[in-house]
Ligand binder design. Structure first.
Ligand code: NAD
Length: 358
């Protein structure tokens, strides 16, 4: 394939979990003769310590040049007092907007072996497989004008702008329809069209797009109902598509249906399917450096990378199958462990997966 993967390990557990993912990539390189090269760069709080900025220019350039990026996590208490402009999390927004990573794909998959880890009844969630497609570079998180102003009365007023253009809606819509085509053929578009004009436009554009995808069954749902339905009967959903803010909230709720934050990957893609891949969890400062974090979300992020950017579903499947087998064999890191299972460290879990792949 002759591709370059940039590893941005970041902070907290980031270096520990990406190290296991790199071992997996090296193993795949060997088995499939992929000719993938790996480079590393600094990001987040550790980059701030070294360069005075969470996203050094050299890292941004390396990210632009790479074929795909794997990010661990950024942030932690050490950097919380910094000005917001140089906080570690700022690097993520910078990478997303500089690389135009507008499509965030977040699967919420419950491995049947982990059905008892969910806070919902096993019959409601076993075999759950939802894909949430969230618009990532627009909407209220980026809309202008924004700020806090002081009114003539002396009272302060905060304001943001919820804005989407037709083309922004259409391009995320296409990603969602195409995702539904290769999955269960069902797409639910989530909006608040009864209150917000911007999301009435969202609904109109999605409805218009549906004509190009006769094999996909499109439905619409208000966001408040969608939040309720995700908890009431989550298996009714196949693919959900929504704007930046609603997607932020719904994808975290969907993630928790699966019971473990350490198991879920994500992809953020541009127009050409170049992507940044990362686990959905943060830097977990409470367990950093203890060799007990679950590396599976990061390793599954590598599987997404092979599927979406490198178009090698065969390689992606071999990773997913290996993880399924390791779980079948009763191996668990602390976050998904209970007394009947074998407790593994981060490194041991990485070794198990690498060995099963081989
Ligand atoms: P978190 O996801 O880091 O941790 C929440 C809880 O889940 C913690 O108890 C943690 O130990 C546990 N956890 C997380 N990942 C785990 C794993 N792989 N294995 C086992 N347990 C795991 O969320 P938080 O505590 O709210 O945030 C910590 C820092 O991470 C903050 O600075 C936050 O801003 C940052 N953050 C970064 C990202 C990112 O880099 N994409 C995302 C979310 C939060």
């Amino acid at each position: 394939m002759n591709k370059n993967i940039l590893i941005l390990a970041g902070d907290g557990i980031g270096p520990e979990i990406t190290q296991q993912a790199v071992r997996v990539i090296e193993k795949l390189n060997e088995i499939y003769e992929l000719d993938v090269s790996i480079t590393h760069a600094a990001v987040g709080g550790s980059a701030y310590d070294q360069y005075g900025t969470p996203l050094p220019e050299s890292t941004l350039q390396a990210a632009k040049q790479a074929d795909a990026i794997l990010l661990g996590a950024v942030g932690g208490p050490k950097w919380e007092a910094l000005d917001i402009s140089v906080r570690p999390e700022k690097a993520l927004l910078g990478l997303r907007s500089e690389l135009s990573l507008f499509a965030n794909l977040r699967p919420a998959i419950l491995y049947p072996q982990l059905a008892d880890a969910s806070s919902l009844k096993p019959e409601l969630v076993s075999d759950l497989d939802i894909l949430i497609v969230r618009e990532l570079t627009g909407g209220i998180y980026f809309g202008q004008p924004r700020g806090v102003r002081t009114l003539e009365s002396g009272e302060k007023q905060g304001y943001n702008t919820y804005i989407y253009s037709e083309s922004e809606i259409r391009r995320i819509g296409k990603v969602a329809f195409e995702s539904a085509q290769v999955r269960g053929g069902k797409l639910c578009s989530v909006d608040k069209a009864n209150v917000l004009e911007v999301t009435q436009l969202w609904r109109d554009v999605m409805t218009e797009l549906a004509a190009d995808y006769p094999d996909v069954e499109l439905s619409h749902m208000y966001v408040d109902n969608a939040a309720m339905q995700l908890i009431r009967q989550p298996k009714q959903f196949d693919v959900m598509v929504t704007g930046n803010m609603f997607g932020d909230i719904l994808s975290d709720s969907a993630a928790m249906l699966t019971g473990s934050i350490g198991m879920l990957p994500s992809a953020s893609l541009d127009d050409n399917d170049k992507g940044m891949y990362e686990p959905i969890h943060g830097s977990a400062p409470d367990i950093a450096g203890q060799n007990c974090a679950n590396p599976i979300a990061t390793i599954l992020s590598v599987a997404m990378m092979f599927k979406y950017t490198f178009k090698r579903s065969d390689v992606a499947s071999s990773i997913e199958l290996a993880i399924g087998q390791v779980l079948d064999e009763g191996d668990r890191t602390a976050d998904i462990h209970s007394s009947q299972y074998e407790l593994l460290s981060t490194e041991e879990m990485g070794s198990k997966i690498v060995n099963v792949i081989s």
